[in-house]
Design a protein around this ligand. Structure first.
Ligand code: ADP
Ligand code: MG
Length: 253
């Protein structure tokens, strides 16, 4: 059975239908990638799962319906969230950011795991988070999800805007985290998806358009191009040119 089962998820904001029909499953192990071009509805799906936007449909966590629960109740049930904007408190130190994430009733916070994965956060404990690099802020965001013995981690584009070296560090941390806790990963970096994800879900225009093993999709250039907009395409001169490895790259929008 899946850890998270989403069926027929719909979101309407200000009269606009953002999600029409999203289905996805997050298995109890490893990384599940949530893919799709910009504006496909990935962030809205994550926010709907967490009850941050009004939604209808079904979201089962370990077989229990959660759509009637508030966000804080969902968080108490063990969903850790690293949002797209990272959500660190810039004026607080690294240590203060982590302490604010401690959840009463979740048992002792697991600083051992956090500092083993991110020794830099220990060294920079007294630095204000606003002066960290993007990669370091991302580490704070992921570290917060690891403190409380969560059952599921949701990370929304954790490598967006990071340099290749820092992407590698964040990827390593996610890989380690996923060894202990299943991860739903929104990610545009397909090399990273290839390395980390077992299964994937692709959204387009607020709908699930593909579900299956991630390696199967990524080893199929035609499907990757059709669903994600990357890969080789014909140029006007009739020669083919490689995409840049991110959806939307090389595609007119
Ligand atoms: P993704 O994360 O896949 O890039 P989003 O879920 O952020 O996509 O957005 C999906 C679509 O919904 C986009 O067209 C976006 O403009 C729209 N959208 C997202 N949030 C809101 C909102 N609060 N109000 C109106 N439109 C929104
Ligand atoms: Mg998004």
């Amino acid at each position: 059975m899946s850890l998270l089962t989403v069926r027929d998820l719909r979101v309407v904001i200000g009269g606009r239908h953002i999600l029409h029909d999203v289905d996805l499953d997050v298995p109890a192990h490893g990384v599940t990638a949530l893919l799709g071009r910009n504006g496909a509805g990935k962030t809205t799906t994550v926010r709907a799962i967490l009850g941050l936007v009004p939604r209808t449909g079904s979201v089962l966590l370990d077989g229990t319906e959660t759509t009637a629960l508030s966000t804080h109740a969902l968080v108490r049930r063990g969903i850790g969230y690293a949002p797209e904007d990272r959500g660190v408190f810039a004026a607080l130190t690294v240590t203060e950011n982590l302490r604010l994430a401690e959840r009463p009733g979740a048992g002792p916070p697991d600083y051992d795991t956090v500092y083993e994965l991110f020794p830099e956060l220990l060294r920079r404990g007294r630095q204000s988070a606003g002066t960290l690099s993007g990669g370091q802020q991302q580490m704070v965001a992921i570290a917060r999800t690891l403190l409380n013995g969560n059952r599921l981690i949701i990370a929304d584009e954790p490598t967006k805007g990071l340099s290749p070296k820092v992407v590698a560090e964040v990827a390593h941390a996610l890989e380690r985290a996923a060894g202990a806790v299943p991860v739903l990963l929104v990610e545009q970096n397909l090399a990273l998806v290839r390395r980390l994800a077992g299964t994937c879900v692709v959204l387009a225009d607020g709908r699930t358009v593909h579900r299956g093993p991630a390696p199967d999709l990524l080893s199929d250039p035609e499907a990757t191009r059709r669903l994600l907009g990357v890969g080789r395409r014909q140029t006007p001169a009739g020669t083919s040119s490689p995409g840049a490895g991110r959806p939307d790259a090389g595609e007119e929008r």
